[in-house]
Structures are given as C-alpha cells and as structure tokens.
Design a protein around this ligand. Structure first.
Ligand SMILES: [Zn+2]
Length: 712
C-alpha cells in the first residue's frame, strides 16, 4: 500500500456537497471569474482568468449564498418533505463547493504563500459554516421529520433513501439527538479531541525533526548508496556542518537502515525513531493517548455505541469490530508461518555473511536488503529505461480502451493552471462525452509531494441532465531532461495505475447526487478501484505492451518481467504481519470498554504480541508516534489497507479467470462498482460484481502465502 497516494476528499463543509443555482453577486464580487458562469469547454474551471485576489471575495460571497440557501430551507412555510429539505440541503452551497474545490485543489498542486495565507484565513470561516449546518437544531428538526415520516410512508427511490439516511446520520453522528448536558459534553469532547490530536502531531513532528545523526568519519558511510550520501552531505551543508547528516525522515532513515554497514549507528537511528513520543521530555505522548482513547470511548457511548470502533465501523464496509478482528486474525494465521520462515532465511543469510549475534530489529532491513539483491539482481536503474512516461500513459489509455472502449482526446482549449498540465476530453465507447481529465505529472516548487486524484466537478444530475465530472490526476514523476524522456520506476508505474483507477471511479460515475458520486464511498471500499488497476502491472501481457526501451525500442526482456513479479513478493509474509500488527494495535485502542491506565507500551505490547517476531527493545513504542490513528483519520481504520488488498485481489481473480482483458467482466465491474459511487452498501455492490463476499485466498495466493496449491 502506498502511503503517498491519497484521494483528496474535500472536507470543508463536513460533508454535504452542496449546490444551488441562485447567485447573489454583490458589488464587491463583480467580474469575479469564480462567481460567474464558466464560459469554457464543458464549463471547466477558467484557470487562466483566476488570480489570488479573486478567492477571498468569492469565498465570502459563496458563504453568504450558502447561508441564505440554508435559511430558506429552515424558513420554508411548507411542511418539511424530501424535496424541500433533504434535496434542498444537498443542493445548498453549490457555489461554495465550486470555489472551495478550485481553491483547495490548487493549494495542493500549485500553491504559493499568498494562497497559503488565504487557506489559513478561510479555514475557520468554512468550519463555522459547517457547524452552522450540522449543529442547527431547526434544520435537524426538519430532517428528522422527513426521516420519521418516511419510516411509515416510503415512496422514495433507493438513491433518495440513501441520501435521506446519509443526511440524517450526518446530524445524529454529530450528536444532534442528544439533549442539554449531553450535547454540551459532546461538544466539549469534540473540541478537546481536536486539541489532543493537534498536540500529538506536533510532538511527533518535533521529535522527528529534533534528532539528527551527524557523521564526520567517512568510513561510517560504508554501504550507503551514493545518492543517499550526497543528500546527507547537502543537508549537513544547509546546517553549516562538516560531514553528513541523517534524519528520521523516511528518505533519510529508510536507506540508512537498509544499507549502512555500521551496526551501532543503525541501532542509534532505530532507537531514536522508535522512542519518538515516549521519552521523558515535554513531547511525551503517553498521556495524550490515554486521554484520547478515553474521550473517544465516552463520545461513542454518548452516541449509543459500545466503543469507538463500533461507532466508526457502523459507516464502513466491515461494519463491526468483530468482523475486523476476525479478518486480521484470519490473515495472521495464514501469514505468520511465512513471516517466521522469512526471518529464519534472513538469519541464515546474515550468518553466512559472518554475523552471529541475535538478529535485532535494526539488523533486519539491512540483511534483508542483502538477501534480496543476492536473490534478484534487480534495481530501478535496470527497469527505468523501459518505462517511458508517454508510453505508460498510452498503455493505460489503451488498457481502458480495451476494457471499456474509452477514448481520450487532448483539448488545448481547456484552460489549465500550469502549462505543463495536459487536459483531455474523455469519451465513452458510443462516442458520448464522459469527463474532462487533467494530468499533472511533474514536481514543481508549489506542488505537494506524492500522488493523488481529485476532482474539480463531481458527476450528478441537474434537472434530469447528466452533468459530467472534471477529474485530475496529480503526480511527482521524474522530469524529462534535454537528453532523456521522463522514465518511471516500476513503483511509479503502479502509482500511475493506482491513481488512474481512482480517476475512473470519478469519470465513470453515474448517480443522481453529487454527494454520492465517484469516490464518495466508505473509506474501506474506496481503494478497490485504484488497487485493482495495479494488478495489470503484474501481468506479463500488459507489461510487454507498455515497456519498451526508450532508446532501442526493444520490448522488456521476459527475464526482467519475471524478476519484477517475483521480487514483488519478497518477504510478503513479514510485510503482512507488520501491517496486521498495526491493525491489531489500532483495534485494541479503540475497542476498550474502560479508560486505560496502564503504560501505553505495556498496553501495546499485549495487543501486538501475536505478531511479535523480535526480542523486545526497552523504551521502543509504536503507539506514541502512530499518527495515522492519533493524528489522522485512521482510528479503527488501519485494517483498511489490508482490507482493500483483499478486495482488489479477490476482484481481480475474476479477471484472471475470465481473461485480463475480458469485456464482460470489465462491463460488470463498471456497472456494479465504478458507476455506482456511494449509492448502495459496498458489500452489496461487491457481491453484485463478484457473486460472493470477498475471500482472503486470492490475496494470499498473489503474495505467495499459500503452502502449495494446484492452480486452475
Ligand atoms: Zn488510493
């Protein structure tokens, strides 16, 4: 699972994507391109006309319009019904959605200090707006009336029922049904939790930034690749130090642990990394964790759930903590023997190299890397000449053409926010227009790292007319040079496929309401369309089509393809068990029924014990820097990484059975999953496609974690 790839989900209004056609342009907003109708191909964003000065007035005007629309719903003299309340709420604030979408997308892909300052200024205004909706009891009273009436008088379509349910839950899951003291307590807890999460993150960041390993003796660099040494020298230079500096940030820490021959320094780095947030200093996260889990528990119980995991999972495909724990344990039983075997292999290889002490955590990556290179003789430099960006792009276009008949036509008339961005019109097999697609490949100073998919406009119906989406894929691939085209690593090829899968989810959407379009699905379901696409990068047939040497034009040698595929499973048992240990730890913290008073490390040790493969390291603690769950959206959700892999492997298994380019399987995947967005329960959508609930077998098989089995 890539940590770098993510979907940008706009969180500004806390949820309802909001639209409306009325526009109260005031004088200060005259000639503001963000507030006028877009006179561009497919009403795409007029990037060429927008400048920083337009944002704040546009936000203010759009916020006012949105508030007026909400007020109109509340003050409607008619009794509340589906159309005048639920649908009206879905449609309220459309102008704000438009402005926010453009603004926040650019803040990620093409930002500058001015835009960042606007982001800081506007964020509290947006959260006030969101609170004005979700905490508004008059508005909730109307929603509740419609919800209750509908229990007895059901005349709504399935999608309407889903929107009604989403809207009602949007309020109740934020405490709308609580009265008096309880409601006040709920708000108190929410704001305290926000503070704790902020503090947790700041502590981890400070602890990460605070440590540096300063090397002044060149022989301590032994084993490290040249590029890593160069980066370390550069960092030292920036800090006016002689020699080399290494840090706990991934690009520095990770290669150091893999390659540095100096064992004592690896241990030093490891100990610094794994004691973050667990040292006797002002940045200790122990108490923050205890408070956080206690407050999450209290909040869940206020809302009527036994614990925080139950609260979270009620809105997930997995549904219950029991199901998640069962899932994690099922995978553990299958993968643990492999992980143990892999450990033994590493130990044996280390011994062969003359290392005879007990293998510690700071030795594992080091000897694994040596074992891996002895086994595979494969490096990025060997495969890169075969993965030319333009060919990979064409290969992905062709793949979707072969599966669904989709075609892409560049349109230079569509405005872009940077001249490097490519804009396409995307057409369906019958020639009808599907979407606008932006591709933005290369790093720039104003662009965030990593890769993501986002949208400028979600698909939806407007007065029965199908409004098609505007989707963007943003990456940070290596730039071409005057002598070399952009060449991708294999990992970047799969990243491209991954984000393109999210893009397809957005582009092929066919729903009624914007708030349920494309990738607006449960978090443990959203990675299915993206991860399934990565499977084609493991198929020889597809690789042979896209991988052609950029100088000689020769196709990639089969030998190299075999190595890529085989090396992908190197230590997959160990990697699986490690992911499971994080998932189990997360679930343990969020299924407590009483506050935790014991030491964080002690609690965690018990939770992760079934996965432990190493001798204990005193003072090391995972939870105290586990930002995913204490300063991110993954509380009771870390299992989702593995869950999505199980889904994508199981789903792709059908392609393997029917043919990886099989049109009928592709059609079914499209109509049952890609077009449906969040209009139905994901398990229902999945079973409609696959014919049964997901099974872990195909993933185990893909990862080489089955003992031996006859393949059909
Ligand atoms: Zn993703």
């Amino acid at each position: 699972m890539k940590n770098t790839s993510l979907i940008r989900v706009l969180v500004f209004a806390g949820a309802l994507t909001i639209l409306s056609s009325c526009k109260n342009a005031t004088n200060m907003t005259d000639n503001n391109p963000l507030l006028e109708s877009f006179n561009t191909p497919h009403q795409s964003a007029p990037f060429d006309k927008i400048s920083e000065v337009h944002y704040m007035p546009a936000f203010k005007s759009a916020l006012e319009t949105g508030r007026n629309e909400i007020k109109a719903i509340i003050e409607n003299p008619e009794p509340p019904d589906y159309t005048n309340t639920i649908e009206a709420l879905e449609h309220a604030g459309r102008l704000l959605t438009r402005v926010s979408t453009i603004f926040f997308n650019l803040n990620s892909a093409e930002t500058n200090e001015e835009i960042q300052a606007i982001a800081r200024e506007v964020s509290p205004l947006l959260s006030d707006y969101s609170n004005d909706i979700w905490l508004n009891h008059q508005l909730f009273d109307r929603v509740k009336t419609v919800f209750e009436t509908n229990q007895t008088n059901n005349r709504l379509t399935k999608e309407q029922l889903k929107l009604l349910d989403n809207t009602y839950k949007g309020f109740t899951r934020r405490g709308a049904l609580l009265d008096g003291d309880k409601k006040a307590r709920y708000r108190e807890i929410s704001s305290e939790l926000a503070q704790l999460s902020l503090q947790f993150g700041e502590n981890v960041l400070a602890e990460t930034n605070d440590f540096t390993l300063h090397i002044s003796d060149e022989k301590d660099l032994s084993g490290l690749p040249e590029a890593v040494v160069e980066a370390a020298a550069q960092l030292a230079g920036e800090k006016n130090k002689e020699g080399w500096l290494f840090t706990l940030h991934f690009p520095s820490y990770n290669p150091f642990m893999k390659y540095a021959d100096n064992r004592a320094l690896r241990e030093k780095m490891f100990r610094a990394y794994t004691t973050r947030g667990n040292q006797p200093n002002g940045r200790n996260n122990n108490e923050i964790i205890q408070k956080t889990v206690a407050l999450r528990l209290e909040k869940a119980q206020l809302l009527g759930y036994p614990n925080h995991a139950d609260y979270v999972l009620a809105e997930r495909m997995a549904k219950t903590p029991d199901r998640v724990n069962e899932f994690l344990n099922e995978l553990l039983v299958s993968s643990l023997p492999f992980a143990q075997k892999e450990m033994e292999e590493v130990k044996a290889y280390a011994q062969k190299l003359g290392f005879n002490e007990p293998l510690q955590r700071w030795d594992f990556a080091y000897y694994s890397e040596k074992l891996k290179s002895s086994r595979f003789d494969l490096s990025d430099e060997m495969t890169k000449p075969y993965f030319q960006l333009s060919k990979v792009k064409q290969g992905i276009f062709d793949l979707t053409n072969r599966l669904w008949g989709i075609t892409y036509k560049p349109n230079p008339e569509i405005p872009v926010y940077n001249k490097e961005v490519e804009a396409f019109e995307v057409f369906d097999e019958d020639g009808s227009f599907l979407a606008v697609l932006y591709l933005d490949f290369f790093p720039r100073p104003g662009k965030q790292g990593g890769a993501w998919m986002t949208s400028y406009r979600e698909q939806h119906l407007e007065n029965g007319h199908d409004v098609r989406p505007h989707i963007s894929v943003v990456t940070n691939f290596t730039r071409p040079t005057p002598t070399r085209p952009s060449l991708l690593t294999y990992n970047e090829v799969t990243t491209f496929l991954h984000e393109f899968g999210h893009a397809l989810h957005g582009m092929l959407s066919r729903v009624t309401y914007e708030s349920m379009a494309g990738t607006s699905v449960y978090r443990d379901f959203v990675e299915l369309p993206s991860q399934i696409m990565e499977n084609w990068a493991r198929q020889e047939e597809w690789l042979h089509q896209v991988a052609v040497h950029y100088q000689t034009g020769n196709p990639i040698p089969s030998q190299l393809v075999d190595k890529i595929i085989a090396s992908a499973n190197f230590q997959s048992g160990y990697a699986t068990v490690r992911q499971l240990s994080f998932g189990l730890n997360d679930m343990a913290w969020h299924t407590i029924s009483h506050p935790v008073n014991e030491e964080v490390c002690t609690f965690e040790e018990k939770a992760m014990a079934p996965t432990e493969l190493f001798p204990k390291v005193e003072g090391s603690c995972m939870s105290t820097a586990f930002s995913h769950i204490f300063d991110g959206g993954y509380a009771a959700g870390y299992y989702g990484y593995k869950w999505a892999e199980v889904l994508d492997a199981d789903a792709f298994d059908l392609f393997k059975k029917n043919g990886i380019f099989d049109r009928e399987t592709a059609r079914s995947f499209r109509s049952n999953i890609l077009e449906k967005g969040g209009t139905d329960d994901p398990m229902t959508l999945y079973v409609n496609f696959r014919g049964h609930e997901p099974s872990i077998e195909p993933l185990l098989e893909r990862n080489g974690l089955v003992v031996s089995r006859n393949k059909d």
